[in-house]
Design a protein around this ligand. Structure first.
Ligand code: Q9C
Ligand code: ZN
Length: 335
């Protein structure tokens, strides 16, 4: 399988995140990439296809913010990574914001998603890796994988969050839909893909299905509940399958069957899979019980849908097992 990845994606390395009222080491590290590269075959440097497909998903003002936030942070005399502290939860409106702290609040959803020196370059390169996989599949490959990092599925049209900046899965899905494919996004990261859901919530041309930890107990808390089904032209094109902490493969497989049934019933001819290895039993920040062989079963069950697949890497924080889990998933996809 062709795998797309750029070394520029490792230039994003925030030092810390806010966790349970105190600082903790940032979990989404460049070491994740090293582990995954060691376990998969050769990767291809993606062609730079520019900002067009990024701006088909993200607001220009948000893209400009991502491009300039770190420079503005340094210009304000700050040290370390840029992070907001005040968020406009009520009566949001189109104010012209000048101060970097105001912009960080306006364009961020949480305090676990800092902007560091290399963040823009890395998230842009990650989006280009996704577009490389899209191009490969449009050229006729049955499947291609983008080893994206930073991840993307918590990022919306105009906000970062959950370690995510540009939403590679949404960018890939939009590009495939614009090329005429009938696209379903299947999100199997442990966390609900709230950014992807939000981007397509009122769109009738991209289906979004997600299997994830119940937001009653887990991040991102406010989205991913079973009664969220889309609105307007997107009514019925969102399918949420929350599962309890402790879920093992037997129950997971049943939810996967429902997701794939929904995708088939909708008539998709193209899959985008947001793959997170944080459903693994050993994940340090998550609470499902999938094993490495289960990752192969997951890939195989998706392959059995017999649809072209663009795979996008999302989370997965058990670095020592991350390579094996990704390799098992990709092996299953190829079966
Ligand atoms: N410090 C993805 O898997 N909560 N994002 C962290 C522990 C945020 C996960 C709590 C989890 C975000 C792409
Ligand atoms: Zn996750």
């Amino acid at each position: 399988m062709r795998i797309f990845h750029s070394h520029r994606q490792s230039g994003h390395a925030p030092r810390r995140e806010f966790h349970n009222g105190d600082w903790a080491a940032f979990a989404e590290t460049p070491a994740r990439v090293t582990a995954m590269l060691a376990a998969v075959g050769p990767v291809e440097e993606p062609t730079d296809r520019g900002l067009g497909s990024v701006l088909a998903v993200h607001e220009p003002s948000y893209v400009e913010f991502l491009q300039t936030a770190y420079t503005q942070w340094v210009a304000a005399g700050r040290e370390g990574d840029a992070l907001g502290y005040a968020f406009p939860v009520s009566r949001r409106r189109a104010l012209v914001l000048d101060r970097i702290d105001a912009k960080l609040g306006r364009f961020s959803a949480d305090v676990v998603t800092p902007i560091a020196a290399g963040t823009w370059d890395a998230t842009y390169a990650s989006a280009q890796a996704a577009l490389g996989a899209v191009a490969a599949v449009l050229e006729g490959e049955p499947r291609a994988f983008a080893l994206t990092r930073p991840p993307g599925h918590h990022a919306g049209a105009d906000y970062c969050g959950g370690y995510c900046y540009l939403n590679a899965s949404a960018i890939a899905a939009r590009a495939l839909a614009d090329a005429g494919r009938k696209v379903a996004v299947l999100d199997v990261d442990y966390h609900h893909g709230n950014g992807t859901q939000d981007i397509f919530y009122e769109s009738g041309d991209v289906f979004f299905a997600s299997i994830h930890a119940d937001p009653a107990t887990d991040f991102p808390f406010f989205w991913g509940h079973a009664d969220e089904r889309g609105e307007g032209p997107g009514q019925g094109a969102t399918l949420n399958l929350p599962l309890p902490r402790g879920t093992r493969w037997a129950e997971y497989e049943r939810a996967l069957g429902k997701a794939l049934e929904g995708i088939a019933a909708w008539g998709a001819d193209q899959l985008v899979v947001s793959y997170g290895a944080d459903t693994f039993a050993g994940d340090p920040i998550s609470h499902f019980q999938l094993t490495t062989p289960d990752m192969q079963s997951l890939g195989a069950a998706i392959a059995a849908a017999r649809l072209p697949v663009v795979g996008i890497m999302e989370g997965g924080y058990a670095v020592d097992s991350l390579g094996a889990n990704l390799a098992a998933f990709l092996g299953g996809l190829e079966s």
